[in-house]
Design a protein around this ligand. Structure first.
Ligand SMILES: C[S@@+](CC[C@H](N)C(=O)[O-])C[C@H]1O[C@@H](n2cnc3c(N)ncnc32)[C@H](O)[C@@H]1O
Length: 450
């Protein structure tokens, strides 16, 4: 088809422009007498932070010596500690997303302050004290995370092959979020006359050195700053490449920045890498996951009746990231959503889809497994599903209280994804699943994305 991935079809001209608040949208909230006034530095979680199940509880792990047990509120707070929010902004954004209804802004900020003080004492953040962490230690400003991504060979090879397939000699290319500069160098080596590489962290200076060391400094221009403002006016590109993909594709909330560059800087027949991203989901039966998850509350440990803790835990959970076996799926995967990168607007990252599955065997429903497939070029797919080679995204799990599912049983799941706010400041989507087995009354489960 003419509008297939990587094809140079004209972009839809009527696509509404993204609204970016020139005054720094999402910044200082309007104040009222009941609002907190404290000022603090933006908090940035350590780049190697992760979550692990410790029996029935969640533990924050990663940096040496860190092994802190945390509750769901703390997980939600950590998910937003990406270096863009201070205490007040964390509390405000979490309440805007529906957390702690009825709690005053002062109370919410106090709650965030207590949780972050504990995390800080345990070493969960980079940077210390009231000073903002230096750029070189902020998340994507740290080389470690780029090593992690570059070592994901399925990912990096797929982008390299797509760039080689799409970039033509003499093209002008924009790389949104160049990080280490790797994709920009691939584009220059593929024959681009000029590559505008945009990076908002201090790693921009290093990407410049990488381009020079790779012998393409004459063709790669690295711009340090926000993609929405860069590259400067007048640049018209033939290709836009960007690795903006998070877990379930949408977690990183970076697509709005890519869309802003797309709408400002692309020539009419320009190509995008990726051009299309599809999200997939399937019901999961996984005994190991079951033994490690909330089902523990049903096992009457020590003769205790602990099921009230199950209800509390299920009120709002975090998604999990796991490598799954295709054999653990109870039914074929269904298409959850399609992001057409040529036209996608930030509003389209909030969506609702109802999926129907029919179990292909007897089993236990432990959750919904999700993943994405990015169409990078007409013949280059980056598939992150359980049947494909492992990537650092692995698969995303939405845990459900386990229940038997007989062969032939019908499972209906309505998936709601609440995506980034129009100004792109929301750190990640939250999800709501309405699950109905065999036509029964739907049960509702909510998740923060890690
Ligand atoms: C997932 S990494 C990809 C890095 C590199 N392109 C690669 O594929 O190895 C995303 C990069 O985009 C940068 N980034 C995220 N949002 C950005 C924005 N709004 N403007 C500029 N850079 C951004 C991050 O700092 C990070 O280095």
């Amino acid at each position: 088809m003419s509008d297939g991935p990587g094809a140079r079809a004209p972009r839809r001209v009527e696509a509404p422009p993204l609204s970016h608040d020139a005054a720094g949208g999402g910044g200082t909230p309007a104040r009222s007498g009941s609002e907190p006034s404290a000022v603090s530095a933006p908090l940035h979680r350590h780049p190697s932070l992760g979550l692990a199940f410790a029996g029935s509880q969640l533990r924050v792990v990663g940096p040496p010596g860190l092994g802190l047990l945390v509750d769901a509120d703390t997980v939600a707070i950590l998910a937003l500690c990406d270096g863009t929010r201070d205490l007040a902004a964390l509390a405000r954004d979490l309440q805007a997303a529906g957390r702690w209804p009825g709690l005053s802004p002062v109370g919410a900020q106090e709650l965030v302050r207590t949780a972050t003080a504990r995390l800080e004492a345990a070493g969960a953040f980079v940077g210390e004290g009231p000073e903002e962490p230096p750029p070189s230690t902020r998340g994507y400003g740290h080389p470690a995370i780029h090593r992690h991504m570059l070592r994901d060979q399925a990912r990096t090879d797929a982008f390299k092959r797509a760039i080689e397939a799409v970039v033509r000699p003499g093209d002008v290319v924009i790389d949104v979020g160049t990080g280490s500069g790797a994709l920009a160098v691939f584009a220059a080596r593929a024959g681009a006359a000029r590559v505008h590489a945009v990076e908002r962290t201090g790693l921009a200076a290093i990407a410049r050195e990488v381009a020079a060391a790779s012998g393409v400094a004459d063709r790669v221009v690295v711009h340090e700053g926000e993609a929405r403002d860069l590259p400067p006016a007048g640049v018209q590109a033939d290709v836009l490449v960007s690795e903006w993909l998070g877990h379930m594709a949408v977690t990183e909330a970076m697509l709005p920045a890519v869309a802003a560059v797309r709408d400002r800087c692309l020539s009419p027949d320009a190509a995008l890498i990726p051009a299309r991203v599809t999200l997939w989901a399937a019901p999961l039966d996984d005994a190991a996951f079951r033994a490690d998850g909330p089902a523990y509350w049903l096992t009457r440990p020590y003769g205790l009746e602990l099921t009230p803790l199950l209800a509390r835990e299920l009120e709002r959970q975090a998604t999990r990231v796991e490598r799954l076996s295709p054999a653990s799926l109870l039914a074929p995967a269904a298409l959850l959503y399609t992001i057409d990168v040529q036209h996608a607007d930030v509003a389209e990252l909030t969506f609702t889809t109802t999926l129907t599955f029919v179990a292909e065997r007897d089993g236990t429903l432990d959750g919904l497994a999700g993943w994405f497939v990015a169409e990078l070029a007409p013949d280059v797919l980056l598939d992150t599903g359980p049947h494909a080679p492992e990537t650092h995204w692995r698969q995303t799990l939405f845990p459900l209280p386990p229940r038997p599912l007989a062969r032939g049983a019908r499972l209906e799941v309505t998936v709601e994804c609440l995506g980034p706010s129009p100004d792109g400041r929301w750190g990640g989507p939250s999800w709501r699943l309405r699950v109905s087995v065999g036509g029964g009354a739907p049960e509702v489960f909510e998740y923060a994305t890690w």
